[in-house]
Design a protein around this ligand. Sequence first.
Ligand SMILES: Cc1cc2nc3c(=O)[nH]c(=O)nc-3n(C[C@H](O)[C@H](O)[C@H](O)COP(=O)(O)O)c2cc1C
Length: 472
Amino acid sequence: MIKDLRAYLDYLDSKSRLARINEEVKTELEITAMTDTANRARKYDSKTLMFSKVDGYDMPVATNLFGSINTLSELLGSFSISDTVLGILHPKQSSGTSAMLKGAKALIDSKPKVEGFSTRGYEKLGGLDELPILKSWPKDAGRFITLPMVVTRSYEDDSLNAGVYRMQVFDNKTTGMHWQAQKGGALHAYEAAKRGKALDVSVAIGSDPFNVLAAATPLPQGINEFAFAGMTRGSRTLLVKNGDYPPVPANSEIIINGYVEPDERRVEGPFGDHTGYYSIPEPANVFHIKEIYAKKNAVYSASVVGFPWNEDAVIGLFMMQYLKPMVSMVNDSIIDIYLPPEGLFTDVCFIKVKKRFPGEAKKAMFSVLGLGQLSFVKMVVAFDDDIDITDLGRVLWAMATRVEPERDVQVIKGAPTDTLDHTANLAAYGSKMLIDATKKTRGEGYNRDWPDTLSMPKDVMDSAVSRWEKLK
Ligand SMILES: Cc1cc2nc3c(=O)[nH]c(=O)nc-3n(C[C@H](O)[C@H](O)[C@H](O)COP(=O)(O)O)c2cc1C
């Protein structure tokens, strides 16, 4: 049982996946450069870095908490979005009453417990200057909190949302709130602004891995991330509530309470992002801090992003594994989906489709563009079921041999895009490209005989393989 961030660091240490850096480092650039170097060397099985001597601060800094896919598999591998969990997320679409009942039971079992916040064990801080917040890249507009769990409450139905949204430090008591317009926190801010009200916001930094991962997971709006965390952990999440502020995990290292005013915006960025570019400065909501608490001997945690590949790629790859079944459930034309990390998760999406009737590949691609955060995707490519869509070599082969551009490429104008896509003329609004890389049929207007792909009879192939083994 990993009860908090420190227990998680001990767990990583016991697996030799923690690198302790005892030499002095600066929060400005140096921690990022070291983390980025570690990731470049180990790619998706990288170590977590623990910086114990941070220039100007008493608090140590941990980065790359989720840099190892092996760690994520150990933590969450036994959890699958089975019909049971789908029963909770989409009761109407789950297959049968028993799954729904199981889903309902899982939901009750994982409902977070909420207690009052006690300052025992915490120190009240004077402001953000006491936290070792990183300035990651040379042209960053300043220091950014990069791994916060930002918790808000809906004015409409009282539901909670937790998301990881970076926060630029404007001054000791004010930050930006970089929630993209379609994200849960932004939708809550929109609901509050419609009523002319401020939105209470709680921010937690540092918790057990299940809570942080749940906050970063693109769950359907209205699903409580901390209930989801409870399901992945196998025990309910304990939350604490400071006054009227939204509750946060009781095991948080740092807790910040404050509010966002309706319609107040300040320019946020540039920030060296996971695209490998600096973000274009854009207006963002402003977070006003009322109270900050840090555990005695707190550890500050940060995520370092940059040119792919970093820990966000590992998190993304892992999440795909357990979000896949939801996609197939919503659209049964889709057998598999793969967002290659180099395509930044939001820009390039490959799907493998069943092709049972003319246009089914397009139907599948259209549905991707309407599905939660997959709607950010810029280019969707559909493949037949004989293509391994995680193999970039096969993917290019299929595109080369199954795409006729005039017929198979479609551009859709005027759609929401990822805020981080600087190629669009306008922020968060641009176009999409659909590429149908499936074999075409007569029903789709292809009037020639689509040629067969090459293959040998199995017995001939088996014999060739065994002969070659002897020659090797
Ligand atoms: C390290 C890290 C940083 C992130 N930064 C942002 C961010 O600045 N803005 C944003 O909208 N999403 C960001 N995300 C993605 C969101 O956390 C993710 O989309 C999540 O599903 C949001 O929660 P929500 O669906 O409840 O809005 C980040 C994710 C990670 C792992």
